[in-house]
Ligand binder design. Structure first.
Ligand code: CO
Length: 465
């Protein structure tokens, strides 16, 4: 019996994809003990944009969220998503920050760290994987899935083997755009199962309407784990719904072992929450349908809405078609990076600049220059000399692992924020989002000071004692 394992994404990817990551810990808590009893293989609850969102929009400490979830979810493995050397931020961090971040994630309750790199440059996963293994966690290496002349099955097999050699505990095919078609998934999983000994997890989004079919073919080819979301938080730009997946596999050799009645209570809990999000406008009904643009342009749903908002801000919505046609050109110029954070934002912004300014690469954001200099890692295809010189002139391209060029940062960061330090984790929040974390620390301090004034030094009210 090859039982299929289900990872439930309701508390991370599903609400990140549908409602801009705005679900609060308070909204999660009443149902998590029930979810813990369902029989999921894992629950993805942390990482991705949840960290940023907690600090920026919800006035929550992301570390406290993790600890509370761990306390209430005693049996099911907790999973997080980490962007390799970028952690949960948008640039490369020094190895000491990455190692400490992983150590604290696992110490606070994470079992599985799913780690990916936007360029599939496996060197950018090294430090994370080493740290996860050292802390006794499960290092799941994810391959960012994309379509291009170079991203064929052989390419993915090579990446999976590199990840296995690095010490990965499992491999994930991460299709953030929902462009992995069922028959390609079948061939891809078949070849990956031949090439590596590790469990294969398939992760996709419903964006283009194919995702459940893709999972079924992947399962028939031997996939071990699939990611789904409870139905009120599924479909559209989110994952395929959990309940039909469980029902489809029931009493077959792929049975998930999950009881549909147990799932029903989880569904019932999230249904009114979904209505509330729709009413508040947190879920845009537009993201719930089938997005054909994804199939035509291979642009992830989130990237499309970013492009639209950038153009709206500049009153240039009439240029949308031109920008959409420019995106694949920029992507080709830059060596076919997968359109995942942060590359999706970078490629999108460059395409907008190229169209609006009317001359290609006349204006180039710093991030794109850094990328062309090799500071994000190695592109899938070498960038042509012509494009390179247009963007960085005669500047040299680095070929070493980018983080080798970054000196240790942890002690400097600690020094910068020591006045607000109340737990070791705070320095990591500050490392990732200095300004936002600082605002959060200040509001936390004010709140605590008002409630428990005696905790603080009455003479110098800026310093907790
Ligand atoms: Co995803």
């Amino acid at each position: 019996m090859s039982k299929i394992k289900i990872t439930e994404t309701a508390l991370r990817d599903a609400h990140q994809s549908l409602l801009a990551t705005r679900m609060t810990t308070e909204e999660m808590l009443p149902i998590v003990e029930k979810m813990d009893q369902v029989g999921y293989y894992a629950m993805e609850v942390w990482g991705g944009a949840t960290f940023d969102s907690c600090l920026r929009f919800l006035n929550e400490d992301p570390w406290e969220r993790l600890r509370v979830l761990r306390k209430n979810i005693k049996n099911t493995k907790l999973q997080m998503l980490l962007r390799g050397q970028n952690l949960l931020g948008y640039k490369h961090y020094a190895d000491d920050v990455v190692t400490e971040f992983v150590r604290k994630s696992i110490a606070n309750g994470i079992d599985i760290v799913r780690v990916f790199d936007a360029l599939n440059d496996v060197r950018n996963l090294e430090t994370t994987v080493k740290a996860v293994v050292k802390e006794g966690g499960h290092a799941q290496c994810a391959i960012s899935y994309t379509i291009s002349p170079v991203h064929n099955i052989d390419y993915y097999v090579i990446k999976a083997k590199q990840m296995e050699d690095l010490g990965a505990s499992s491999i994930c095919i991460k299709d953030m755009s929902g462009i992995l078609t069922p028959y390609v998934a079948y061939d891809l999983v078949t070849e990956l199962k031949k090439a590596v000994k590790l469990p294969i997890n398939v992760h996709t989004h419903y964006t283009s309407g194919m995702a459940s079919m893709t999972y079924l073919k992947a399962i028939e080819a031997g996939a071990d784990i699939v990611d789904t979301a409870i139905s009120p938080l599924a479909l559209g730009t989110s994952q395929p719904p959990t309940e039909p997946m469980v029902a489809v596999l029931q009493e077959t050799k792929y049975d998930t072992g999950i009881n549909l009645e147990a799932l029903n209570e989880v569904t019932e809990y999230f249904r009114p929450l979904r209505d509330k999000y729709l009413e508040k406008g947190l879920i845009d009904p537009k993201v719930l349908g089938v997005d054909i643009n994804t199939l035509v342009y291979q642009v992830p749903g989130g990237m499309l809405s970013n492009l639209i908002s950038q153009l709206k801000q500049q009153n240039k919505m009439d240029k949308l078609d031109e920008v959409m046609a420019e995106v694949p050109k920029v992507r080709e110029d830059l060596g076919f990076p997968p359109l995942v954070t942060p590359m999706s934002q970078m490629v999108g912004t460059q395409a907008v600049f190229n169209v609006i300014i009317g001359e290609r690469y006349k204006m180039v954001p710093k991030e794109i220059k850094d990328y062309v200099k090799g500071l994000y890692g190695q592109p899938s295809v070498e960038i042509s000399q012509e494009i390179r010189e247009k963007i960085i002139g005669k500047e040299e391209v680095v070929t070493v692992r980018p983080a080798d060029l970054i000196p240790p940062q942890l002690e400097i960061l600690k020094n910068e924020m020591k006045e607000y330090y109340t737990q070791e984790e705070d320095v990591l929040s500050y490392a990732l989002f200095p300004q936002i974390a600082m605002n959060y620390f200040k509001s936390r301090w004010e709140k605590e000071y008002k409630i428990e004034g005696t905790l603080y030094n009455e003479v110098d009210k800026t310093h907790p004692v």
